[in-house]
Write a protein that binds this ligand. Structure first.
Ligand SMILES: C[S@@+](CC[C@H](N)C(=O)[O-])C[C@H]1O[C@@H](n2cnc3c(N)ncnc32)[C@H](O)[C@@H]1O
Length: 236
């Protein structure tokens, strides 16, 4: 998968060279191209921001460097162009899976008070937020999106890791996980996980998932129950 990033802080993306994503980049499964928006500024001081029309606090990213960066990196508009923004639709697992099906995505990171609105109208396909809070720039949101999406790219996760049985994969939060030792600080691993009866383990895990989801995310729980009832109805 090809991921293009436009930012004024390209060095922040060095963290993508670490861990699972670092390995995926080395293997050529992920191709991440990070470009400094400042390099495209025609201003003699390489400025990328200016005061907002109408007044107000802070600075706004000017359109010229952004427009030229985006269109130099993605000449034929083959990438899905995303502006990370608190005003966007909140990123969730369904969006992650949808974006993972794209061959190419471009992530535009804002700074200061954000970017000139005309860039959104001219150059952006979609605005995505990572949650209802405001950060200083779009770089961390972009890295969160890259991390989440990359897990769905074939070959990125090893055979021992999988996206198929984890929180949100079936609409529920994940069941509790345990590993060695069997006893820790006086606490034991639930007996059912030690017996080797796969059906019992599966049933226990589903019951735990349902319980945790009902307590912590009643919205997801209700949706799951509704979907299950519809599917059961179809089967009859
Ligand atoms: C200080 S924020 C600008 C906030 C903007 N003035 C507003 O009120 O919506 C600077 C940049 O950080 C990024 N950003 C901040 N919070 C974000 C979030 N929750 N999700 C995605 N991007 C975010 C965006 O790229 C934004 O342009």
């Amino acid at each position: 998968m090809k991921i293009k990033v436009a930012t004024i802080f390209p060095e922040m993306f060095d963290v993508l060279d670490v861990g699972i994503l670092g390995k995926a980049k080395q293997k050529g499964l992920l191709d991440v191209e990070v470009v400094n928006i400042r390099d495209y500024s025609t201003d003699k001081h390489k400025k990328t921001d200016d005061a907002p029309f109408g007044g107000g606090a802070g600075m706004v990213m000017t359109p010229q460097p952004l427009h030229d960066t985006i269109n130099a990196m993605d000449k034929d508009h083959s990438a899905r162009r995303i502006y990370l923004s608190p005003r966007g639709k909140t990123l969730d697992q369904k969006m992650v899976e949808r974006l993972a099906r794209e061959e190419e995505i471009m992530l535009v990171c804002g700074s200061y008070e954000g970017i000139d609105e005309r860039i959104i109208a001219l150059d952006i396909d979609e605005e995505i937020s990572i949650g209802d809070y405001v950060l200083t720039g779009g770089e961390l949101p972009a890295m969160i999106l890259i991390n989440a999406v990359s897990r769905y790219v074939d070959g990125v996760l090893g055979s021992s890791e999988s996206t198929s049985e984890e929180s949100f994969s079936n609409g529920l939060l994940e069941y509790p996980q345990y590993t060695r030792p069997q006893e820790f600080e006086g606490m034991s691993v639930p007996q059912v996980l030690l017996g080797g009866n796969h059906k019992q383990i599966e049933d226990w895990r589903l019951a735990q998932s349902l319980d945790i989801t009902r307590q912590r995310r009643p919205d997801l729980y209700d949706e799951y129950i509704k979907k299950t009832q519809i599917n059961n109805g179809k089967e009859k």
